[in-house]
Design a protein around this ligand. Structure first.
Ligand SMILES: Cc1cc2nc3c(=O)[nH]c(=O)nc-3n(C[C@H](O)[C@H](O)[C@H](O)COP(=O)(O)OP(=O)(O)OC[C@H]3O[C@@H](n4cnc5c(N)ncnc54)[C@H](O)[C@@H]3O)c2cc1C
Length: 564
């Protein structure tokens, strides 16, 4: 039996980030990954080695934004371990059915100039919209980069610039109340309030809905940050694909003595006297942990699927029931289409320029179009009558991902995990079959071909993954790509539940990280870094509190000196 200080369940990017910080602090770490390659939602693979050899695909994440809101890349010096980021510019292209289009550059001014060609008033409003949500983002950065219940850590992350942004958003009571009202509003309310033209409203609603909510849902207005962040810090992709981030983290973890074992599905967390002491994998091998077990899979999977109910009940008799009933899932997942192409799509009706394809492309004809794309999923319906989608041609920015002159196409189409009326049929009883997923993919590609007529003849091979298959492959519960919905009621100190929100659990030595913890899904590494911080704090409370206090006083002193 192997014994280490810490065993981590899963080897997605958050688990690897967490491991790196623990290894740097001198602990021995073992990561156990169920799949044959590490990375989870952050891999790059040759998905069709027979039909399309040499074409590399990102089966899940492609655009990295949140990771640039924190210090991880610099602190872990990931460039030394092979990571190179390529920034997209332009960042978003959204063709409108009437021939106009939204083209966002990294520069707000250049974007306004694009909008100005069709609507001077919306161009002016756009600058205001982005300025507001950039200030909100700046205020959120310190919160994202600290455990949610640690006031000292959060305040230590505020520097002068962020304090200025905070005070610009609040002020007299009416201003504070108006700001709170904005946070309660929906993305639809927000874009309707700011803009006149659908060709601007639709893409902004589509970006806001990336938080996994329909734009009409109250509190989805916070999704305004999704457009603002594409200007600053910007959108980047690792050279060679998202898997290059995982590879850099693996290089670092291994160089520090960390061990990553693949094809090791954890099926039980071992608890002794209310303390997590190790795990058991599918083939019954046990791994012991002296200091703790960290789960990078979400709380529902951990407590309800990998633990004896008696162990959980002994620690908190209400927890299983609360996990079942309080954590909601809106049934939204993704049908993923990857294609190998002989040539890149051409947006003939929109004065095609290759630069449109350097970032991502949205097919979002109107706010209502985006609304249906999300509400249908919640109702168990497939929104494929008139598909809305998010796509990219990754090889335009990084030609190394396909043979010379060839391209790849990445399409994300929101689809329900459980199809209503098809319960008990198809894969895992979800209703998804091979025939159905290909039928839906055909409709999605047909819609895209309305905009890019050369598409259909350029497809060399395609791989379609249904929500049920995605759930099986990465282990996402009900195909939820953020582990849990990113709705307001499940964020910050509510994620996943108030009693589990600071990366700790009622079982001693058992910690939670990953997308199902604060600040949530996406490629950020923040849950991993924050969890490592809490773990280290538990080992040396006095030392770590003094270090946090030092950081807090340093940032306060810097702010005061800068003011003077
Ligand atoms: C199609 C798609 C597109 C996306 N696009 C983007 C994007 O462009 N930008 C972005 O920021 N985010 C995107 N996301 C979301 C992002 O990929 C995830 O939120 C992120 O990868 C979560 O990382 P994680 O490390 O927390 O968890 P995961 O990546 O889920 O890692 C958890 C790991 O645990 C393993 N595991 C599960 N169960 C067990 C077990 N019992 N034993 C051992 N190992 C286990 C899994 O195999 C996995 O490797 C996308 C997701 C999908 C599905």
């Amino acid at each position: 039996m192997q014994t280490v200080d810490v065993v981590i369940i899963g080897a997605g990017h958050n688990a690897l980030v967490c491991a790196a910080y623990l290894l740097k602090a001198g602990y021995t770490v073992l990561l156990l990954e169920k799949n044959s390659i590490p990375g989870g939602g952050a891999t790059t693979e040759e998905r069709m080695p027979q039909e399309a050899a040499g074409f590399k695909f990102n089966p899940c994440a492609i655009d990295h934004i949140f990771i640039h809101l924190g210090p991880i890349v610099q602190e872990l010096e990931l460039n030394k371990y092979g990571l190179e980021y390529l920034f997209c510019d332009p960042t978003i292209f959204c063709p409108h059915p009437d021939g106009r289009y939204y083209l966002a550059h990294r520069s707000v001014e250049k974007t306004c100039a694009e909008i100005q060609r069709y609507s001077p008033s919306d161009a002016k409003q756009y600058a205001e919209f982005i300025d507001f949500w950039q200030r909100v983002t700046n205020v959120l950065i310190p919160v994202f980069n600290a455990p949610p219940k640690s006031l000292l850590d959060v305040s230590g992350n505020f520097d002068l610039g962020k304090l200025k942004d905070l005070f610009s958003l609040i002020g007299p009571p009416d201003k504070v109340l108006d700001f709170i009202r904005t946070l309660f509003s929906s993305a639809k309310d927000l874009v309707e309030g700011y803009f006149e033209e659908e060709f601007v409203k639709a893409p902004l609603a589509r970006l806001a809905a990336e938080m996994s909510m329909p734009p009409s849902q109250k509190t989805s207005g916070i999704g305004g940050i999704m457009a603002a962040m594409r200007h600053n810090p910007g959108v980047a992709r690792p050279k060679g694909g998202t898997g290059a981030l995982t590879q850099a983290l693996l290089n670092l973890v291994k160089s520090l003595g960390g061990v990553v074992l693949t094809d090791q599905q954890v099926d039980k967390v071992l608890v002794d006297n209310n303390r997590a002491v190790g795990v058991r994998v599918k083939d019954k091998t046990e791994y012991r942990a002296n200091r703790g077990v960290i789960s990078s899979i979400d709380a529902k999977r951990l407590f309800l699927h990998l633990m004896d109910a008696s162990d959980v009940d002994a620690a908190d008799p209400n927890l299983c029931d609360r996990l079942e009933k309080r954590i909601v899932d809106n049934n939204e997942s993704i049908l993923k289409i990857d294609c190998a192409l002989s040539e890149a799509p051409r947006f003939e009706h929109h004065n095609h320029k290759d630069e449109y394809l350097l970032g991502s492309v949205l097919i979002a004809d109107s706010v209502d179009h985006v609304e249906v794309a999300h509400t249908d999923c919640q109702l168990g319906k497939i929104p494929d009558e008139n598909p809305s989608m998010f796509l990219a041609v990754p090889t335009m920015l990084d030609p190394s991902m396909a043979p010379d002159g060839k391209h790849t196409l990445w399409i994300e189409f929101f689809a329900p995990y459980q199809i209503k009326g098809a319960e008990g049929t198809g894969l895992k009883g979800t209703g998804w079959t091979d025939e159905l997923k290909h039928k839906v993919a055909e409709r999605v590609l047909n819609k895209l071909a309305d905009y890019a007529p050369n598409l259909k003849n350029s497809i060399i091979a395609r791989n379609v993954e249904s929500p049920a298959e995605l759930a099986e492959r990465v282990g996402f519960l009900k195909g939820n790509y953020y582990h849990l919905d990113m709705t307001f009621d499940q964020m910050v100190f509510f994620r996943p539940l108030p009693e589990l929100a600071n990366y700790t659990t009622p079982i001693e030595g058992l910690f939670l990280t990953g997308a199902g913890t604060h600040p949530g899904g996406a490629i950020s590494g923040m849950p991993g870094r924050n969890c490592a911080h809490v773990f280290l704090h538990k080992q040396h409370p006095v030392q770590e509190t003094l270090a946090d206090a030092g950081k807090f006083f340093k940032s306060t002193a810097q702010s005061i000196l800068n003011i003077q």
